[in-house]
Design a protein around this ligand. Sequence first.
Ligand code: G6P
Length: 360
Amino acid sequence: SDIEKGTYPHYMLKEIDEQPLVMRKIIQNYQDDQGNLTIDQEIIDAMNDADRIYIIAAGTSYHAGLVGKQFIEKMAKIPVEVHISSEFGYNMPLLPEKPLFIFISQSGETADSRAVLVKVKEMGYKAITITNVPGSTLSREADYTLLLHAGPEIAVASTKAYTAQLAVLVILAEVTAKRRGMKLGLDLVHELGIIANAMEVLCNEKEEFESIAREFLTVTRNAFFIGRGLDFYVGLEGALKLKEISYIQAEGFAGGELKHGTIALIEEGTPVIALATQESVNLGIRGNVQEVAARGAYACIISMKGLEAEGDTFVIPEVHDLLTPLISVIPLQLISYYAALHRDCDVDKPRNLAKSVTVE
Ligand code: G6P
């Protein structure tokens, strides 16, 4: 590849480290001369006109979509559904009068997502593509494109594209909300600046995450990620990262759902990685940690400053509570990276996977 790794042993580590820079680039690229966040008027009109938004994506981009739904619903007050692209064709929901489709795709080439785009365009609906690749198929075939400005992502496991997708989604939500006359009580440019700084702090804590990976994930066959609210979605992404590159069987669960089945899998020493960044559910997730610990689980707790408890494994810096996924994912990316490294896996090119999947 013509993109150099420089002094980095792997593209994945380089791309994890690029996240603060990408965040600042996104803020710049989506700002007008007055310093306000801005997006093409036509795109915001399309958002504003929609009675329901459908986010369509695969893999990591689908996980970004789950968080994006929360941004759009909470800020812009438009109902959102999130669908896995490969399933959308068979399980097509009943569409309202004025649906708007948002395709999230790092590569802009995922065939499963393209198949849905072709279908909804045939049906006469409008589509936005959020992608890292200008001129990609999904970008060309949609009505509008929002770019990630993340620079080429080479490692198969997506990292900086995920956080870039979240940033673009929250900017889209904010600009739409303003257009709809909503008072948000949050200065997003300022909050995203705090995010960039917090990302930097986390990227400077690599030894911590290396030792967490060594302690929790060197010998195990499986691992669970639990969280409530936004933390649940980040747990899904954490589990996917770990599966993809370390081949450890990993699953993400909603804390409250554990008791309905998954808790049966907890054995002596099973690693459970819990996220605790949401004040409203902190008690609940702490309860889940106790439940699994009482059954022998080896709990790794990643909490946020202000919500931490004694014995937490790692505490991330405090950021706006809607934006925690932008930084809580970084420990999970780094823990997965070091787990894969210690298990002698091919970090950048895991077996059986491709960076962009152009077959359905
Ligand atoms: C492949 C990659 C994943 C990625 C997914 C969606 O399966 O291995 O890392 O998340 O495709 O890719 P996209 O380019 O559409 O975001």
